[in-house]
Design a protein around this ligand. Structure first.
Ligand SMILES: [Zn+2]
Length: 173
């Protein structure tokens, strides 16, 4: 089922999530909810989602990779590349803001699938970006934390007089 988002200023989004030990029906339901909630998002579309974003504080994420939402249970990024790059990120738990976050461009990730089978993969490009953003959520870390630490640019969505959305750069206090 499509679920409502947990978003700032709700501090639950900062919670550290628990390791999944039972690969049961409730885990399958959670993965289905994450995928359904991702698939209905249109403006902006979802590229991934983490369980805490729908109020379940377990280490489960989904990421859109090669056009399909794939689950990663207990994901752990085990290696990152020395090469880094900036990319404009947004988040359903950080409404109305976008920011250029600098992250490693390639990662190795270990996780389990819905039945508990171990997965070990290397990703680059947008997939590596999504997986880092979503895995961060499981430790209560948001993309804006990286942007602020990097003194990067944060943009806020505003509407002009005609109702057209535009990005306005936020200045630091
Ligand atoms: Zn997010």
């Amino acid at each position: 089922m499509v679920q409502p988002f947990v978003a700032l200023p709700d501090t639950r989004i900062r919670q550290k999530c628990q390791i999944v030990v039972a690969f049961d029906q409730s885990l399958k339901n959670l993965i289905a909810d994450l995928i359904e909630t991702s698939e209905v998002q249109e403006n902006p579309p979802a590229l991934g989602m983490a369980a805490p974003q729908i109020g379940v504080f377990k280490r489960v994420i989904v990421a859109k990779i090669r056009n399909k939402f794939r689950p990663f249970v207990n994901p752990k990024i085990t290696k990152v590349s020395k090469t880094h790059g900036a990319y404009l990120e947004g988040c359903f738990s950080v409404g109305g803001k976008y920011g250029q976050a600098i992250r490693p461009l390639e990662i190795d990730i270990e996780a389990q699938d819905a039945s508990g089978k171990k997965i070990s993969r290397h990703y680059k490009g947008i997939a590596a970006r999504i997986l880092q953003h979503e895995t961060d959520h499981l430790d209560g870390i948001l993309f804006v934390d990286h942007v602020y630490k990097q003194n990067g640019k944060i943009f806020r969505v505003e509407k002009d007089k005609g109702g057209k959305e535009l990005l306005v750069e936020e200045s630091y206090a």
